[in-house]
Design a binder for this molecule. Sequence first.
Ligand code: NAD
Length: 305
Amino acid sequence: MAQELRFDGRTVIVTGAGGGLGRAYALVFASRGANVVVNDLGVSRAGEGHSSAAADKVVDEIIAAGGKAVANYNSVEDGDKIVETALKAFGRVDIVINNAGILRDKSFARMTDSDWDLIQAVHVRGSYKVTKAAWALFRKQKYGRIINTASAAGIYGNFGQANYSAAKLALVSFTKTLAKEGAKDNIHANVIAPIAASRMTETIMPPDVLESLKPDYVSPLVLYLCHESTEESGSLFELGAGFVAKLRWERSKGAISKADPNFLPGAVAAKWNEITDFSNPTYPNAITDTDFVSLLEHAKSLPPN
Ligand code: NAD
């Protein structure tokens, strides 16, 4: 059996922890010794209403099991208040799990500005605000772990989710930049695209499938990535039902033409097979992985277009 990873003395903020995936994370972090801030605004799937009941219930469950937890009912858009709750109750923050989320699914033709704006506000601005409020603490203590929550819809696109998919992919690049900026201060950030049974998915999948998609099957990777012994940072994972996989960018072999006035659409068409050829790919991970200096050098030796 694998060694149990513990979080004694660590404080974790889990946003949207009143139900679904967030609740599962909160319970398991607490069972492994962490102090947990259970944040939840208590809204409907579409972001309507407001209630303290969801967060309170999870805090009660944690305390009944002998764990340490405190509730926070702010929106993630007020991330500083969530961090304030953590500092007041536990004096520190070590881990931020940006999990809170809502849906406003509609075909792009029918999507309104408010459907668009609300989704960006909760997912993107909310993750930004909570992380921003914790960042200075992380830098000072030279320790921090961040999990952001993307979605397969963000990676691949999905019918009826233009607003949500744009927000979710934004969190992938947000994570990659945080990982680069945080590296020198031992701040790690990773991003997950989970699939799990929750009120978000219960209407789109049959009961027997939902049974094997328990949120509990997403928690193991989240805990692993947040542990002090884990070095992984800046990575994207797809997971659910016991499956865990890492994703990365793949770039085709590509084609280079001389950058001269005759570099016209016809020159692109002539090299389309090379541009779309993935038989000899590269896996760029940074802006600097595109070496324009040597590409230009190579182009000099090419015949004119
Ligand atoms: P859920 O609806 O069960 O839980 C989301 C929680 O976030 C709710 O308790 C809600 O009250 C809370 N919340 C919403 N807006 C908030 C706000 N502004 N401030 C604070 N709390 C707020 O959904 P879930 O399935 O557990 O989803 C969790 C995360 O995982 C979301 O970001 C979702 O987009 C993402 N996700 C889930 C799935 C899946 O299969 N369930 C797939 C891909 C991505």
